[in-house]
Design a protein around this ligand. Structure first.
Ligand code: A3P
Length: 291
């Protein structure tokens, strides 16, 4: 049965689009039995999920680029908590490590994850750029409410009352588990600025070294230029009534610091104050400056 675009699921205090989540799909994700060979990508939305899905798919593709050209990112690295997950899992080649994605918060998923040595790749992005990207995504995705204004959207983001809840809680919750889980933190910004050395850091963590030529293939097929033209990564396969590219592209800009084009000085000061209150003494060393 098709779910309505404007429905909403609240699970463990977090709001999710009901179009792609049910109470059952969310509950099943939390009791998922991870295997030590699984690779789980964890992100807050708009932090570079699709980019890292492409990179991880390429690292494990063993030179076979057919899926990179023909299978959508959401089939290659399905979201654990989505309605469609069990269908993708059933088709998984048992000889391949399972590549999985989630936006769930740590408090929901960590108990299941702690039972395994599955590798966890957490991608974090400067929250001001996440906010801007998420604002435009709300404009184009019909399963998320259309923001009334950028100011209102920012207020909701800072209060953590929007969909997927608080960015601050997501980052702090997951990164507090860096020592407890088999986990690597990668930032969107380092991928942007140092793509090859960041890729090498990732392949070392995965125990899956690549030759320089294989690295070239990964870097070429995960560039913004390539992915924005590829129908299996730019979401153009999704019906227009679900994601409308006339309102905003999914592969919108792919840059660092776009927030500077959107924030007024007052909004910036407000954001900085909340950031300081939330992150100031959390003990995490994130590589961003707020100005
Ligand atoms: P912008 O809206 O700022 O352009 P997610 O996949 O988590 O939803 O994140 C989407 C954001 O990642 C979008 O940001 C998109 O353009 C950006 N992105 C996707 N692929 C990228 C790539 N290869 N290089 C840089 N940015 C990329």
């Amino acid at each position: 049965m098709s779910r309505s675009l404007d429905s909403e699921e609240v699970f463990d205090g977090v709001r999710f689009p009901g179009y792609i989540h049910t109470p059952e799909s969310l509950q099943a994700a939390c009791s998922f039995q991870f295997q030590d060979t699984d690779v789980l990508l964890v992100t807050f939305p708009k932090s570079g999920t699709t980019w890292m899905q492409q990179i991880l798919s390429l690292i494990f593709c063993k030179g076979d680029l057919w899926p990179i050209h023909h299978r959508p990112n959401w089939a290659r690295m399905p979201w654990l908590e989505h309605i469609s997950f069990q269908g993708f899992l059933a088709q998984w080649d048992p000889a391949q490590p399972r590549l999985l994605t989630t936006h769930l918060h740590a408090k929901a998923l960590a108990p299941a994850l702690k039972k395994s040595k599955a590798r966890v790749v957490y991608v974090a992005r400067h929250p001001k750029d996440v906010l801007v990207s998420f604002y435009h995504f709300h404009r184009m995705a019909s399963f998320l409410p259309d923001p009334s204004s950028f100011q209102d959207f920012m207020d909701e983001f800072l209060q953590g009352t929007g969909f997927y809840s608080s960015w601050f809680d997501h980052v702090k919750g997951w990164l507090s588990l860096l020592q407890d889980l088999n986990m690597l933190l990668i930032t969107y910004e380092e991928l942007h600025q140092e793509p090859r050395s960041t890729l090498q850091k990732l392949t070392r963590f995965l125990g899956h070294p690549l030759s320089p030529q294989e690295e070239d293939v990964v870097l070429c097929h995960s560039s913004f230029a390539f992915m924005s033209q590829s129908s299996v990564t730019n979401y153009s396969l999704v019906p227009r009534e679900v994601m409308d590219p006339a309102r905003s592209s999914f592969m919108r800009k792919g840059v660092v610091g776009d927030w500077q084009e959107h924030f007024t000085p007052e909004q910036n000061a407000k954001f900085n104050a909340v950031y300081q209150a939330q992150m100031g003494d959390c003990g995490l060393h994130l590589p961003w400056t707020m100005d």
